[in-house]
Write a protein that binds this ligand. Structure first.
Ligand code: G3I
Length: 371
């Protein structure tokens, strides 16, 4: 065999080994295959992923996930930035990406106190809008957005983060204006949002979504109160999303089990909708980005072996609980795709800044295989 031919064969062999699904000699199975008998497993790709500008991230999503949630492009601020203007293209790209990859596409979110343009709550003179006018705006938005993706988006986070940590309703403009401060109208904005989402797409599943349900029993009980209110009036609510923005020392097993079991007992599907484990040891623990100091999201210790071991152990603990309660859980979605584009910074996901599987990835696979 000529020298040139030997070089060619050797080069091809190296390329082939490089392409094999291994990381450091370890097999890298597809998460959707590992969890296929347990629950859907997903991520939250952003616009660069679904428009082909981040092919590495897209490859992770296509290999590992069977469901996707829009990180931003279905939120009011981005899809309906002005009264007379809808920005459909990014959301269309997201839904098309999910359909091309035969994934369960999740819409996030219709009614939220954040990322909602100020004009929504203002009348033509810039003053505060009336209850009826705000309800009309909410209906128009929901009918337009849910209607556009009818039959294509499997489920919607209809109302996001309506509760305070003590389980009472957050005093958002939605609650303040539509509830008009009266106790018997306090759930009206939530009811109306769910009714109109159901009217726009009768086959879509409808979810309430919130954070810290696994760390605050009072907040979890507040979500259960919403579910019970809906059930008492015969209104459709299919599930509750536990966002599960965790950390190296939270949530506790007990808190997570309480949330899963008590929500399931209330008669709804339980989903983990925004899973990440922040590696920063300090700072605010919630999921309100306006309270996350960007200075705190840098985490010089993130890549350290000790941090990665703690991260792997926490993910293993969380997935052991999720797998133990898999009869109640229909979906687990990571919030993002890989560390480089995570909202919280540090090293919170299963894939590092270069898109490579971390120690935490293999710990999660091991937890599933020990089932
Ligand atoms: O779209 C603008 C862009 O035009 C501008 O150039 C850029 C410059 O700052 O900002 C862009 O908007 C950003 C938006 O993400 C889209 O990328 C906002 O500044 C930024 O604040 C926003 O952050 C998102 C955050 O929600 C907003 O509250 C995060 O990406 C997203 O991961 C995060 O996700 C939330 C869930 O929806 C609800 N649960 C909590 C979770 C974490 O906060």
């Amino acid at each position: 065999m000529s020298k040139q031919k030997i070089v060619t064969v050797a080069s091809l062999a190296i390329l082939w080994i490089g392409a094999a699904p291994c990381a450091g000699g370890q097999d890298v199975p597809a998460l959707k295959d590992v969890f296929q008998d347990h629950f859907l497993i997903g991520g939250a790709p952003n616009r660069t992923v679904v428009t082909g500008r981040d092919p590495n991230a897209a490859a992770i999503v296509e290999k590992h996930f069977n469901t996707i949630t829009a990180e931003n492009d279905l939120k009011w601020q981005l899809i309906h930035p002005r009264p007379d203007r809808y920005n459909w293209e990014p959301a269309d790209s997201f839904v098309a990406f999910g359909e091309k990859n035969r994934m369960s596409v999740i819409g996030h979110c219709l009614v939220w106190h954040a990322q909602t343009p100020r004009w929504v709550f203002q009348d033509d003179s810039g003053g505060e809008i009336t209850r009826d006018a705000l309800l009309a705006r909410m209906k128009d938005h929901i009918m337009a957005v849910v209607g556009r993706y009818k039959g294509r988006i499997k489920g919607w986070d209809v109302v996001n983060e309506a509760l305070d940590e003590d389980g009472t309703l957050r005093n958002s403009p939605w609650r303040r204006i539509i509830g008009e401060g009266s106790e018997d109208q306090k759930y009206d904005f939530i009811e109306c949002a769910f009714r109109w989402a159901h009217e726009a797409d009768p086959d879509a599943e409808l979810y309430y979504n919130d954070y810290n349900l696994e760390t605050s029993k009072a907040k979890c009980d507040g979500a259960i109160a919403i579910v019970k209110h809906f059930k008492s009036k015969g209104l459709r609510i299919d599930g509750v999303g536990i966002q599960l923005h965790g950390g190296l020392t939270h949530p506790s097993v007990e808190g997570l089990e309480y949330a899963i079991t008590s929500l399931a007992a209330a008669g709804v599907k339980v989903m983990v909708t925004e899973l990440d484990i922040r590696t920063q040891a300090r700072g605010y623990r919630g999921a309100d980005i306006s309270r996350v100091s960007r200075a705190n999201t840098d985490d010089p210790a993130a890549a350290a072996a000790e941090t990665q071991k703690k991260l792997a152990d926490k993910y293993a603990e969380i997935f052991s609980v999720l797998l133990a309660h898999k009869k109640d859980i229909t979906r687990v979605t990571f919030w993002g795709v890989y560390d480089k584009t995570s909202w919280i910074g540090g090293s919170p996901l299963l894939f590092d800044r270069n898109g490579q599987p971390k120690e935490a990835f293999f710990a999660v696979v091991k937890a599933a295989r020990q089932q």
